[in-house]
Write a protein that binds this ligand. Structure first.
Ligand SMILES: Cc1cc2nc3c(=O)[nH]c(=O)nc-3n(C[C@H](O)[C@H](O)[C@H](O)COP(=O)(O)OP(=O)(O)OC[C@H]3O[C@@H](n4cnc5c(N)ncnc54)[C@H](O)[C@@H]3O)c2cc1C
Length: 459
């Protein structure tokens, strides 16, 4: 009897290289339906922001081409997974469903679906594909999750070496069904691209979504950026990888990055390897926090911060921060880089977040949402964990009294002003606004506000 078809349900793993779920389906034999589901209905689903929607369109288009080259089509559906997937199973008579794991609130959707499909007699398997270390395997001696990054990463490095990446299947036996990305109609109907106005010109200029673009970016970084990575804090030079959106959408797995970093490298690159891998480690740490607290985008990790006296934002002040018109050049440069290209340099992210949460006393959740909408790498773990890290409410957070001074930071990390002038060309002209906040006085006010948290902790 012929093997029944399988479904590979792709989510944050839009690639064919090193995709364990896809490999399992091909090895099982029979036809394979590769499915992407736009699910904004399941409990815990957070609709993507504008920049991520733009990225998703490009990534699905690239994936459809990669699949077509190997004989398969990308099927697109929308709706709640718990409804759509069982319906698709019935439609094609599937005998197996495979996916790669996710780690936030949606894993409950996956668990319920797995149970239900197995009860119906299907073979269902999930795989580890987007983290080097499964969060439940890295625990303290007492079996608890780590709260501090350094011992977490030390434990990861002492664990088993991450597996080698899997090759892409040479060919996939496809099954034609309605709603394939190549005919374009379903993808267009999702309206992922902005039209009126089309604000995506800067994104198109900066990025090539899809796994070929991701691999090219990795190679470019290994040759040009990694030897300079000790200067990663300088936003005016290109010393970091800019792999974040590719990792976010799973166009590249961390296993591929790990394996490449173990491969041939120039001596200057070898010296910077541990630091770069530890940044990949921060991504793992963020996911570990998310795994243990799926509500990190909305709730303080440190509950004593629930007492923090955030101020209701003045709409004009918030608008000035969002649009890069605060009158503080490094902050404005960062916010404009974000708006134009969907990405911001890490150090500048910390500085703009510190200004919002400390000098302006605006709740970190408001900043997190703006980033969620505008970043191409907006990530359910790293965005929330990083905002909480800066605000002081997170796991292993920066001490609250660490209020970044954007003027001193600019002198230190952008000494010749390359970055500020690139994004704020009118810097020295009368058109440039005066600062919206007094940095010294607002720092003092922030420290006074923090006393409320300390008092709540004592009481
Ligand atoms: C307020 C704030 C919000 C952030 N939001 C996000 C987000 O939504 N998505 C996101 O991927 N990163 C986020 N970061 C972390 C970091 O700024 C970006 O990962 C990094 O700037 C991406 O650039 P890169 O790929 O050139 O980094 P590289 O320095 O080349 O690092 C390599 C990879 O490591 C990971 N990484 C690096 N630093 C961190 C970090 N601090 N935390 C978690 N992972 C890290 C990323 O996947 C990155 O691509 C945020 C940081 C701050 C301070």
């Amino acid at each position: 009897m012929a093997t029944s078809p399988s479904i590979v349900w792709l989510r944050d793993d839009l690639r064919i290289v090193d995709n364990p779920a896809l490999t399992a389906a091909v090895e099982r034999g029979g036809a394979v339906v590769v499915l992407f589901l736009l699910d904004e209905q399941s409990p815990g689903a957070r609709p993507l922001g504008g920049a991520s929607r733009w990225w998703l369109h490009g990534s699905l288009t690239a994936l459809a081409t990669e699949l077509a080259d190997r004989g398969a089509q990308l099927a697109l559906r929308s709706g709640a997974a718990g409804t759509v997937i069982p319906a698709l199973v019935d439609e094609i008579g599937a005998g197996a469903v495979y996916w790669n794991r996710r780690y936030g609130a949606l894993r409950e959707v996956d668990a319920a679906l797995k149970q239900r499909l197995r009860a119906d007699g299907l073979e269902v398997q999930s795989f580890g594909a987007s983290l080097l270390f499964e969060p439940w395997t890295i625990t303290t001696g007492a079996g608890d999750p780590y709260r501090v990054f350094t011992p977490f990463w030390r434990a990861c490095l002492a664990a088993d070496e991450p597996r080698a990446p899997l090759p892409a299947p040479a060919s996939i036996t496809g099954l034609a069904i309605d709603g394939t990305a190549l005919d374009g109609t379903t993808l267009e109907s999702w309206s992922l691209l902005p039209t009126r106005p089309d604000w995506a010109a800067g994104l198109r200029e900066a990025w090539t979504p899809g796994e070929a673009g991701a691999r090219a970016r990795l190679e470019h970084f290994v040759e040009n950026g990694l030897p300079l990575y000790h200067r990663r804090d300088e936003p005016g030079i290109e010393a970091t990888s800019r792999l974040s959106p590719h990792l976010r959408f799973g166009e590249l797995s961390p296993h591929q990055v790990w394996a490449r970093l173990r491969g041939p490298l120039a001596p200057a690159a070898i010296a910077n390897r541990p630091k770069f891998l530890s940044e990949i480690g921060w991504r793992e740490f963020s996911y570990s926090i998310l795994f243990h607290q799926p509500t990190i985008a909305t709730e303080n990790v440190r509950r004593d911060f629930d007492a923090f006296p955030w101020q209701a934002p003045d709409p004009a002040v918030l608008e000035a921060w969002q649009s890069g018109r605060t009158g503080i050049p490094l902050v404005d440069a960062g916010m404009r880089q974000l708006w134009h290209s969907g990405w911001m340099h890490n150090r500048v992210r910390m500085i703009v977040a510190s200004l919002l949460t400390k000098n302006l006393l605006i709740d970190w959740r408001i900043g997190e949402e703006w980033f969620w909408d505008t970043l191409v790498d907006a990530d359910e773990a790293s965005n929330a964990a990083s905002w909480q890290w800066v605000a002081g409410s997170g796991a292993d957070a920066a001490p609250y009294f660490r209020v970044f001074n954007p003027v001193l930071q600019a002198e230190r990390f952008d000494p010749d002003g390359t970055y500020r002038r690139r994004w704020v060309p009118e810097l020295d002209s009368p058109a440039y606004p005066r600062p919206i906040v007094d940095l010294a006085a607002s720092r003092t006010a922030a420290l006074a506000a923090y006393e409320v948290v300390k008092a709540a902790k004592r009481g």
